[in-house]
Structure formats: C-alpha cells, structure tokens
Design a protein around this ligand. Sequence first.
Ligand code: GBH
Length: 441
Amino acid sequence: MHNADFIFGVATASFQIEGAADQRLPCIWDTFCSTPGKIADGSDGLTACEHVKFWRDDVELIASLGVDAYRLSISWPRVITQNGELNAEGVKFYCDLLDALNAKGIKPFVTLYHWDLPAHIEANGGWLNRQTAFLYADYVEKIVTAFGARVYSYATFNEPFCSAFLGYEAGVHAPGLTGQKNGRQAAHHILLAHGLGLQVLRRLSPHTINGIVLNFTPCYANSSAEADLRATQAADEYHNLWYLMPIMTGRYPYVMAQIPEQNRPHIEAGDMQLISAPLDFLGINFYTRRFYSAPNEPDALFQELPHRAPLTDIGWEIYPQSFTKLLTDLHQRFQLPPIYITENGAAMADEYVAGQVHDVGRLAYYQSHIGAVNDAMEQGVDVRGYFAWSLMDNFEWAEGYLKRFGIVYVDYLTQQRTIKLSGLAYRDMLAARRNSNLCQK
Ligand code: GBH
C-alpha cells in the first residue's frame, strides 16, 4: 500500500445515485420499488441523488477528495433502447462524465451491470432466460464501442450473488422471485453473460483492465463440532465460492451435489470454458462476516445465525480480521489475478450538525479495514487498489434512503453534499501519501 501505483478511489452505482428515470427505460428496480412492502421506507430511485443533473458538481467533489479513480456503473436501460439500439442521450451523458473524469486525471472504473436490468427483458424471463446473456453481450459490444478510449477498467458484473440469490432465490431484491432452482439458474446465466461479455471486451477493448466484481461474506462456524464445520463449508460454497470457482476453475463447488437434482442449473456444453476465461483483475467487495451452524430443518444445508456485536447501522458485524483472512485464504487457494477492493464501507446513523457530520464510527471502520488490506498485502496478496463504498449517501436498495454509506452526506431535500469527517480523513490520507511519495524522490 506504500506504493505510488496503488489506486485509491470511491464507488457508486447508477440506480443508487442517478435519478432522471424519465430519461431511460424502466428497470427491474423501478418495478420492485413500486411493489408495496419491498423497500423499507417505500421509496424509489426516481430522483435519488439527482446525479444526472448534478454530475458536473459531483466530478468536482470527487476531484476534491484527491482520489486516483472513480468506480461507477452504467445503466443498461439508459444507454440501450427497447429495440436494442444505442440511446444517444444516455451515451452522451456517460461520455461527458468519463471525459470530465479523465480531464481531471481520475481513472474511470466502469461496471457494466450493477443490478438495473431493463424491465422489458425481465418480462421475457430476465436472468432465468438464457437469451438474456446474449442480449447482455450485445449491450456490452455497443457501449464499449461507443466509449472507445475513455475507460481504464471494465467489470462485467457487480456481485452476481446479489442478483441471483437475493433477487431470484430469496426474493429480497429485484425482481423478487424465490426458489432454489430460480436462484441457481439465474446465477448460471449471469456467469455465462460474464463469459460472453469478457469475450467482447477482449476483442473490442484490449487496452482496459477487464474483470468482474464479486462480494464475499466469510463464513465462520458457531462451534468446532463436525456438523457445524460441515454446514459452514456448505454456506461458503453456496454464497461465496459458487461465483468464484466457476470463474477460477471452470467448476461449481461440491455443494452442487448436495442440492436436489431438479434445482440444479441447466448448463450447456462450452459454458464452463467461457465462464473460466482468464481475468485481468478480480474485484472484491467486503463488508462483514457471518456465523453458521448445522441446519435444524431436514432439507437445509446450513443455518444462518444472528450477527455478533459490534454492528454497523445496517446490522452487519464489524470484524476487519476476517477481511485479511479472506484475502490470504483466497490467495493460497486460487491462482488469482491482481485484486482490487472494489467496495468496502459501513452504514452509520449520521447526524448533520452545524454543517458537519462527525462520523467517527465510519472513520474507525475505514482505518481498521484499510489496515486489514495492508496486512494481507504484507502476507503476499497482490492488491492493486481500494475503493470506498460509497462516494455519497444513496438509495440503499431494500433499505431505501434509511441507511447511509457515504463519505459525503446527502441532504435529499436540497441535494446538498457535505463531506463527512470520514471523507475529510480519506482525503487527508491520500494527500499525505502523495506528499510522502514526493519526499522519497
Ligand atoms: C453492495 O452489496 C452493493 O454492491 C452496493 O450497491 C450496496 O449499496 C452496498 O454493498 C451496501 O449494501 O445480509 O447480514 O448476511 C453488498 C451486499 C452485503 C450482501 C453483505 C451480503 C451479508 C450480510 N452484501 N451481505 S447479511
């Protein structure tokens, strides 16, 4: 981390900040938000942080933090029309934004899919329909061609776990479907889409660093009893390794054999080769760990236990040591490409007082977790960058606007942005690092 090439950045995602829903096609999150009971505060993404309106100010804000990079996502329904053509207005929005970032020397890390699937594609089955993977590849081909040399790095997907498991199996994210078969099939089609998308990137964008972003929640056993250990291994395979292993090894984990045959995904010849094509980088998102025990119900593979203290405002345990262990474990187990920490951060119950947000809890979270990454690097893990989630408070999915993850506070009534204490500290850390690099010369 004491390396001049290490990249520090901030991250956001299209649906969570953009607003301007009238300038794009509807997506599955619009539908989900308008379904009563799905979003904690009954809110939606129609205006969010009005980033489409205030993007120039937001670029100034990002630049004022002194970051090396900005991770954003592209809204598929903003750049592609119903009949599959490029939407000139949407493309221009992103081209202008990317140009402004590049003009300030900020590297754009572009995620091509952060959960906002066009609603008309969901109407045809969404990620349950194999055809969606090919529609995705077509979207990637068109947008990557339009962006040309503006991008530094592409990620095909953000967190397939969330789209597949939370969206099609647990029903807590859009499109809100349930059932193991749905979840496993959606996961496979997203992985297939990743493989097809990566092929397009290789062909049309050899100058960018191309990869995927996966989320990991390390699994800990409640006790050292054999049954608890076995269940914890199954949970790790089901939630974490289900996505990493096909990409790194071309195989699904062993837990596949433990689920009923009728719930396993349909896989076609050649899929696994496509999915396991080499990456330029692996993006890792980390927030928390989880405890598991042997299941109580006969058909279950594992049982998820309540989080242990201390907790963030969204109820996730703060345990930075598991971040170091995650990175060193993955490093030992797989032949990983260079790693970027593409998200890490904490929700806190921020209070805006006298023009300031004194978020000491979030600041402590960042300090301990950046330290955890540093520890992993000292143990040989090849980490090239770190992105704070998030640049600013935004639409936190099923939690609506109730949970704040920003290092910048957003007043949703006025759209005023205020850099929080954590943001000021992040800025100062980056400035100090730059100065110390200068001193070494
Ligand atoms: C990311 O999702 C998203 O990429 C981003 O859009 C989002 O705003 C951000 O994180 C904050 O949520 O459910 O108690 O078992 C992270 C999703 C978070 C899913 C941790 C698994 C495990 C905690 N992951 N979660 S728990």
